[in-house]
Design a binder for this molecule. Structure first.
Ligand code: AP5
Ligand code: MG
Length: 216
């Protein structure tokens, strides 16, 4: 199964993709996470992406489609993937269609996580992640059971993203509305667009996605 989670910054793509990975064994392909790893490793792609990401702009289509095409060829992807953060432009969506056709794979559904812009700054600026296992948390909306201890791995070091500032979120939101939201009619036209209420509580969003998956 190949699913796309489509939504604004802070809509909950990463949160729900982690849950889908844990429950269904699908592999979360987060292009944001891949780029952040490339930046911290100082690879050629990382060097190109760093300043772009810190501004909240989009990294070039060529780089992104190359990363996803290579990743889909790896053996763990044969059971299915959740695309989290890709595609983000019409050029990326078209490139995805042709790479999936070449690889004899097909897209099952695109799930739009619908949110109001008003909640997204609070979501993004309150976000933090376990430095050991990458589990995601929020200062207000998703706290670990024991403060300062990761529920998943027991780790006690956490990190915050350098692009999670109120200013950068505004630019990221503009990129979303100008370049990514036009993909909604593109996928609607293909008859594979589904929607969930990204304003609902995290658990409720998970239930809505699970309900959709039953019919896919
Ligand atoms: P990326 O990492 O993809 O960032 P993004 O799209 O801005 O999305 P986020 O990761 O901020 O949000 P999310 O929807 O995953 O929210 P989360 O679940 O964490 O991309 C970063 C950058 O990389 C881009 O700006 C760009 O430069 C570059 N890039 C990446 N892909 C690219 C591409 N394809 N092309 C070009 N450039 C690319 O949730 C947020 C917080 O809210 C969490 O703390 C969570 O606990 C909480 N939360 C989640 N759901 C709820 C809920 N329902 N209620 C309350 N709180 C919630
Ligand atoms: Mg994310």
């Amino acid at each position: 199964m190949i699913l796309i989670l489509l939504g604004a910054p802070g809509a909950g793509k990463g949160t729900q993709a982690q849950r889908l990975q844990d429950k269904h064994g699908l592999i979360q392909l987060s292009t944001g996470d891949m780029l952040r790893s490339a930046v911290s490793e100082g690879t050629e792609i990382g060097l190109k992406a760093k300043a772009v990401m810190e501004r909240g702009d989009l990294v070039s289509d060529d780089i992104m489609t190359g990363i996803i095409s290579d990743r889909l060829d790896q053996p763990d992807c044969t059971n299915g993937v959740i695309l989290d953060g890709f595609p983000r432009t019409e050029a990326q969506a078209e490139a995805l269609d042709s790479m999936l056709a070449d690889k004899k794979m097909s897209l099952n559904a695109v799930i739009e996580m619908k949110t109001d812009d008003t909640v997204l700054v609070e979501r993004v600026t309150g976000r933090y992640t376990c430095a050991n296992c990458g589990a995601g948390y929020h200062d207000k909306f998703l706290k670990p059971a024991e403060e300062g201890v990761c529920d998943k791995c027991g780790g006690n070091e956490f990190s915050r993203r350098s692009d999670d500032t109120a200013e950068t979120v505004t630019t990221r939101l503009q990129s979303y509305h100008n370049q990514t939201a036009p993909l909604l009619p593109y996928y609607k036209g293909k008859g594979i667009l589904k929607q969930v209420d990204g304003m609902a509580e995290i658990e409720e969003v998970t239930l809505q996605i699970e309900a959709l998956l039953k019919n896919i």
